[in-house]
Structures are given as C-alpha cells and as structure tokens.
Design a protein around this ligand. Sequence first.
Ligand code: F6R
Length: 235
Amino acid sequence: MTLNLEVWEDRDALYNRALEIFSSELKNGATTFGLATGGTTIPLYEKMRNSSLDFSHCTSVNLDEYVGIPQGHSQSYYTFMQQHLFEAKPFNTTYIPNGEAENVDAEAKRYEDLLKSLTVDMQLLGVGVNGHIGFNEPGTSFQSETDVVELTVSTRSANARFFDTMDEVPKQAITMGIASIMRANYILLIAVGEEKRPAIEALIKGDITEDIPVTRLCNHPNVIVLTDLKISKDQ
Ligand code: F6R
C-alpha cells in the first residue's frame, strides 16, 4: 500500500502541512485541483486565503453540491466556496455541480463528462463519520461515477449543525463518484476529530470494503492522509 500517513497532534501544524502540500503541488506545475467543502476544509482555506499562493491560472473542480437548495443559499457548497476561498483567492475556472438544474441526472452526467475531460492533479478530501467520501455513502459501488445520491440520516444529522432545522437539510446531492475521485493523480485526505477514528482505522488497516467508502483509497497509488488522531500505521 502506498498510503502515506502523517499524524499531527497539533491541528495548526497539520493545516500548515496541508498548505505546504498545496504550495509544492503548485510549484511542481499542478493546475487542476479537486476541492471539498465541510468543516475540515475551513482552517485550510483560511490559511490559503492568508497565503501568497496564486491560483489565478488554475482550475478547481468541486466534489459535490446539495440538490434542492438554491445556489445562493447560505449553506450551498457554491456559497461555501465563494466565502471560504474563491472571493479572496480566485481561480481561473471553477466548477461545481449545479444542484438547481432542472434535470439533475443530466447535470450529473454533464459533470462526469467534464471531469473526464480534465486531469485532476490533486484532490482534497475530507471523510464522513460513516466513512463517506464526496457524498458516496456506505454501500456505494467502487465503480460509481458522478450521480445524484440520497444522503443518509447519519450524514444529514452531521450536517444539521449548519441549518436551522433538520427538515431544512437537503436529502439529495450530486457527487463525484468513487471511480471519478480515484482518477485524480494525487489525493490529500484530511481527518480531524475522534469521530473520524473508525473510518481512518479501517483505511489504515487496509480492510477494503464498499461499506466504508474511504477504504477504496488503499488502491490509489498516491495518497497522503493528515490526521490529528493518535494512530499507528502498524495496527
Ligand atoms: C464535502 C464532502 C464530504 C465531507 C465530509 C466531512 O465536499 O464531500 O465528504 O468532506 O462529510 O465533512 P466535515 O469536514 O464537515 O466533517
């Protein structure tokens, strides 16, 4: 397994390391970045905003977007990316699925075709408490491509903190599939917080199963995992 695990108990140091990885990718000529949203990414995007990194010649392609809330909604991933990164650090081109499309299935297909026309140099990932990557919930086929998916109660509950009531949390999303994510040349996965331990332990153990989507990364040739969990590679 070529999975590279780095444990950083100090979260600030962990995010400095993540910033350094973006910086060296840029220096090495990376121009297309797969991006994620969620609480995990906020400290990294803050560091990126305050850095001298220049993405103005780059392309970004986001993992996912909710279906059923307008793009301008405070919790859409479109708004998240504008607020946390793009307004301060513009990219030349940014792509994010359109969760407001009249035909969301056609939109998912369009997004997958777009992805296939790009080479993602580096993909940033967080991981769900249930091991999801993107919004690929447990049980999703490792062969999945971009699609419209139902969100589990676990994921909706985890994201309820961003909405006023549970009813407002969207029930569907458009997400890159697991196979789509695996096409990236390099993957940076960040997992912070005890609630992510079961998913990360399964990944490190190499118990590859569709029940824990993140374990698919064991089959990727070039992955780095940054975590603040005290965890050993030999467990
Ligand atoms: C976000 C995404 C999700 C999150 C995951 C973790 O674009 O695709 O897989 O990375 O749900 O979310 P946080 O970081 O909020 O714990």
